[in-house]
Design a protein around this ligand. Structure first.
Ligand code: NAG
Ligand code: NAG
Ligand code: NAG
Ligand code: NAG
Ligand code: NAG
Length: 589
């Protein structure tokens, strides 16, 4: 049967390709609305660098449309129908009536589409010399924007000129996902993307759990990817109000590099010297043990040059000495002297580290280091602070609450090293910084007199903060509000609000029903207007015993807040947002 059909098919293909390619002899990189390519045919970019065609991965017989370097050793850079393979060689890539680039199977059913949001009359698909497959309007409007581009939908590989990261205007996030296995390009369990929470950082995840991160962007580089120069490629990182992305370009024409998230979860840069027969690994991003996320547990620090490599941060001791003795540090460390929020607490500086993960944190890009310290001391919950930007004179303030996760030490000296300041109890022997005798805000001292049991204390602080906040709302000091909102919400979420009541009921300072006050308070700081009660219902809520109130969600703060509040952009940054900020950095190793 097949033997009978085959000659006919070959004849068909030949006549199609002849008429197609002879008519438009230089257009072998393009599909116009009347054209298509079939399995076996390819498009080649104008400079002969990239090729698009059908392929079968590994031992699979399934057919996929992909892009690769023409003449390179096998390495598929991009796959169109990752999740919808064609099971035979009948696939056709063409332009549909609505302008979409579509892949049809034998039954003429669309199994993959560029999914344009609007109908496009005369769209043309083209493989560019960059390896980008683009769909644009044939009427050739000079506008450079594409209707669709493959660079917006990466597979497991990043190659030169591709943006990895966010278009902040549309919310599009371009990131890598591993293949499921060598025979199946559909998305596997690993992803590598830019997290955009306050400060950007690149995070490798398996499902939702973190495996590796670069550390937050500190103005010069990602704090966990040490500076090291190289001659093979340069990187740029663009971070303004419209875009947030990472991109690289190769420095020479004699080779190309690609950066791939492998099925094994390894992030590798590979190089192909043109003419050579293989891709060679240049480096693997997570190639030392300290790279593995949270290796040394909560409040631990990982030091490659140390044996054992896990240690507790200064002022902390192993939570389970027996486990640490057998080199199992996963339970992490606890304070030698608990914080009690008493006078005289201070900070111990640790230099040259990858900043701990941004889990429960707060960011103000306009504060100095001294202001940052004062801010941290206002909250018993605040455990560390650091500059958020280490360029020039160093600026900005990051506060952390709770445990400190995934800190590692770097040994290189230089301007690009990052310091953190870890809070110490007044009686902690390590605390030598005596300069910190500033008077604490009244709010904290009041609470201290209520209770000194630390857990309870924190709840007390929050109540006071909330009440205090209401009283001081007019002061307009933004930075006080979101922290208190956030902490209160955390406790509410954990169902600890009752402890909160116990903690303060004895004290006449709180006159309203505490639970209610807090719930209403939380509702008032919701992110979306529809979640916020109107004033008249607040009155009802507070005066009526039996009324049921909605459960608060997480308050609107941090990300939304930090990107909409102009206070948080330094004047420098605001000035620059007209033009993209391009900073060249060199990736480690
Ligand atoms: C296009 O849209 C369809 C239907 O919403 C969806 O199933 C498919 O995954 C989309 N394809 C791509 C490539 O995004
Ligand atoms: C991905 O994760 C799921 C759930 O944990 C697991 O069942 C599956 O085997 C994983 N897939 C691969 C390719 O590792
Ligand atoms: C990176 O190198 C390429 C090729 O040498 C060059 O064209 C490009 O401008 C460089 N990019 C940056 C940001 O320096
Ligand atoms: C390390 O200790 C934790 C308990 O804290 C335990 O669950 C885990 O299995 C231990 N890991 C190893 C490798 O023994
Ligand atoms: C940033 O801080 C400086 C001094 O601390 C202040 O003068 C300036 O107004 C602040 N900028 C914004 C946008 O708040």
């Amino acid at each position: 049967m097949l033997m009978e059909v085959l000659p006919f098919l070959i004849f068909c293909y030949t006549s199609i390709s002849i008429s197609f390619f002879s008519e438009i002899s230089n257009a072998a990189d393009t599909i116009t609305p009347t054209q298509s390519i079939r399995d076996g045919q390819t498009l080649v970019s104008s400079g002969q660098t990239f090729e698009l065609g059908f392929f079968s991965p590994g031992n699979s017989k399934n057919r996929y449309v992909g892009i690769w370097y023409k003449n390179s050793p096998p390495a598929v850079l991009w796959v169109a129908n990752r999740e919808t393979p064609i099971t035979d060689s009948s696939g056709v890539l063409t332009i549909a009536k609505d302008g979409n680039l579509v892949l049809l199977n034998q039954a003429q059913i669309i199994i993959w589409s560029s999914n344009l949001s609007e109908v496009a009359e005369n769209s043309v698909a083209q493989v560019l010399e960059s390896g980008n497959l683009v769909l644009q309007d044939e009427s050739g409007s000079s506008s450079k924007s594409y209707l669709w581009q493959s660079f917006d939908y990466p597979s497991d590989t990043e190659f030169p000129g591709m943006k990895k990261g966010w278009n902040l205007k549309t919310g599009l996030n371009r990131y890598l996902t591993s293949w499921k296995n060598a025979d199946d390009p559909s998305p596997g369990n690993f992803s590598y993307r830019i997290d955009n929470l306050g400060l950007p950082q690149l995070v490798l995840r398996e499902g939702s759990s973190k495996l590796f991160r670069t550390g937050p962007w500190n103005g010069l580089q990602f704090s966990g990817v040490p500076f090291s120069s190289n001659t093979i490629f340069n990187h740029s990182f663009v971070y303004n109000t419209e875009e947030l992305y990472y991109m690289y370009e190769d420095n020479k024409n004699s080779f190309v590099t690609r950066f791939t998230l492998k099925q094994s979860s390894l992030l590798q840069r590979l190089i192909w010297n043109k003419g050579s027969s293989e891709w060679t690994v240049v480096y693997t991003l997570q190639n030392d043990l300290c790279g593995s996320y949270g290796r040394c547990g909560a409040n631990g620090i990982c030091k490659m040059n140390n044996s054992p490599m896990c240690m507790c941060l200064v002022g902390f001791i192993p939570k389970s000495p027996q486990e640490w003795d057998v080199l199992n540090s996963s339970s992490g460390c606890v304070r030698r002297v608990p914080l009690d929020c008493q006078k005289g607490e201070g900070f111990k500086k640790i230099g040259g580290v990858k900043l701990q993960d941004l889990l429960q944190f707060w960011l103000n890009k306009n504060m100095s280091l001294d202001e940052c310290k004062v801010e941290c001391l206002k909250y018993c919950f605040c455990t560390a602070y650091a500059n958020s930007d280490i360029r020039g004179g160093r600026s900005g303030c990051l506060l952390w609450f709770g445990d400190l996760i995934d800190i590692r030490e770097f040994t290189q000296a230089g301007d690009s090293i990052q310091d953190i300041y870890i809070r110490m109890a007044a009686s902690e022997p390590e605390l030598t910084d005596e300069s910190n005798k500033k008077k604490k805000p009244v709010v904290v001292i009041l609470v201290v007199s209520i209770s000194i049991v630390s857990g309870v204390l924190i709840f007390g602080v929050i109540i006071c903060c909330l009440i205090w906040k209401k009283k001081t709302r007019e002061r307009g000091k933004h930075s006080d509000l979101p922290i208190a909102d956030f902490l209160a919400w955390l406790l509410w979420k954990e169902g600890k609000a009752l402890e909160l009541v116990d903690a303060v009921m004895e004290d006449s300072y709180v006159v309203c029903q505490v639970m209610k006050c807090i719930q209403v308070g939380l509702l008032c700081v919701q992110k979306y207007p529809e979640d916020k009660p109107i004033m008249s219902s607040v009155v009802v809520m507070l005066s009526n015993e039996s009324v049921t109130m909605p459960q608060p969600k997480q308050p609107g703060f941090f990300t939304e807040w930090s990107f909409t509040d102009t206070n948080l952009l330094s004047s420098n940054e605001k000035g620059r947002t007209e033009d993209p900020v391009t900073i060249t950095v060199l990736e480690g190793r």
